[in-house]
Design a binder for this molecule. Structure first.
Ligand code: FE2
Length: 386
């Protein structure tokens, strides 16, 4: 049986008193997926997740080798890109990894300085600072490689008033499903290979100036069958948080190992998106066909009042409503959080989404890890990959 995870001290104060930030980040700018069919993927994210049509680049806008659909919901921007020719590196990426996240773009004041400071500290360059212009002004972008074939782009858009980026047209559609209440990206998690977690923790510290503010080892994160390790990296102002996972030895195959096998390397495991009404958001997502991991057992819900009571928190939400939707609850000194995880959103068991509502808590649901992983293991069992 897994041991209960004790609450932890975040040490965020330490981050704030750190030396001056050589890579000030304003937030996440966009997340770009390379996919097999961007037109259909865009339809899925609009219909099922409630994203809105925002911008487009492709043959109609003079782009010959790719099509990109930009979708928006509150502060979240997704870009879905597909190859138009067989020689395209986008197609190669999809062939190897399946549909997945290629770019985690970060919004900066100065993309030139971001590239200079990170490459000086050992980052491998993906794109030197490049100025892109159109009638709405200019955007400066630069990029570096992170784990696997994943990229961080730095986007400086202070001199730009257009929809998205130069080269994109506003995308207006007659088909406009309503929002599901998703607000912003709370965190994005990367899976890296055996024994590589600390290498990437050090990389985020040295190259990006991030700090490790929360760690879980395999003694904390395990079930009867499988285990993993995780460290949460945060930038100085706490707006960008990247937990990093690696597999650990267990009786059976870790879910991280399953991901690495099917993605054929390290990559983004899940995107956590925040809502301020998780009951409404999850009910809506379920109605639109999003599949979530199975609901924890009754014993899990029976234990919730005690878990919150330990920290003197009262849950505003009705426990029966939470249970009916399969939402999980965790608490720490500062508050509580509500969260739920989708099943993978493509055929390979790789990328999935987390829906999260923070009610003061700044953690990641460590108290739910056991219930969550047992649920994932039930899925692995069905796939024959446990
Ligand atoms: Fe998460």
């Amino acid at each position: 049986m897994a041991k209960e995870v004790k609450s932890v001290n975040y040490g965020l104060e330490k981050i704030f008193e750190g030396a001056q930030d050589f890579l000030p980040l304003l937030g996440t700018d966009y997340v770009e997926f390379y996919v097999g069919n961007a037109k259909q993927a865009a339809h899925f994210y609009k219909t099922a997740f409630g994203f809105q049509s925002h911008a487009y680049a492709g043959l109609e806008t003079g782009v010959k080798d790719r099509a990109s659909y930009v979708l928006k919901q509150d502060k979240i921007r997704l870009v879905l890109t597909t190859a138009l020719t067989s020689e395209s590196p986008i197609g190669e990426h999809v062939k190897k990894h399946g549909d997945g996240v290629k770019v985690v773009a970060l919004w900066v004041e100065d993309a030139k300085s971001a590239w200079k400071e990170t490459t000086k500290r050992g980052a491998k360059s993906y794109m030197e600072p490049t100025v892109e212009k159109d009638e709405h002004g200019e955007v400066v972008r630069s990029g570096i490689y992170t784990y696997g074939e994943t990229i961080h782009m730095f986007v400086e858009r202070k001199n730009y008033t257009g929809e998205f980026l130069p080269g994109y047209q506003k995308w207006e559609s007659d088909y406009n499903p309503t929002s599901t209440g998703l607000k912003y990206i709370d965190h994005m998690v990367g899976n890296v290979g055996w024994g590589e977690m600390n290498t990437w923790v050090k990389w985020y510290e040295d190259v990006m100036g991030f700090e490790n503010f929360l760690s879980f080892d395999d003694k904390q994160i395990h079930t009867e069958y499988s285990a993993l390790m995780s460290k949460v990296m945060s930038n100085g102002n706490g707006r960008v948080k990247f937990p990093i996972n690696e597999p650990a030895e267990g009786k059976k195959r870790s879910q991280i190992e399953e991901y690495l096998d099917f993605y054929e390397g390290p990559g983004v495991q899940h995107i956590a998106v925040a809502t301020d009404n998780i009951l409404q958001t999850v009910a809506e997502l379920r109605n639109r066909g999003i599949e979530f991991l199975s609901t924890p057992p009754q014993t899990y819900y029976d234990a919730i009042p005690e878990r919150l009571g330990r920290f003197d928190h009262n849950m505003k939400e009705d426990i029966e409503a939470i249970k009916k939707l399969g939402i999980m609850v965790d608490a720490d000194e500062e508050g509580y959080l509500l969260q739920i995880f989708t099943k993978p959103v493509e055929d390979r068991p790789t990328l999935f989404f987390e829906i999260i509502q923070r009610m003061g808590a700044r953690g990641f649901g460590a108290g739910n890890f056991k219930a969550l992983f047992e649920s994932i293991e039930r899925e692995q069992e069905k796939r024959g990959t446990l």
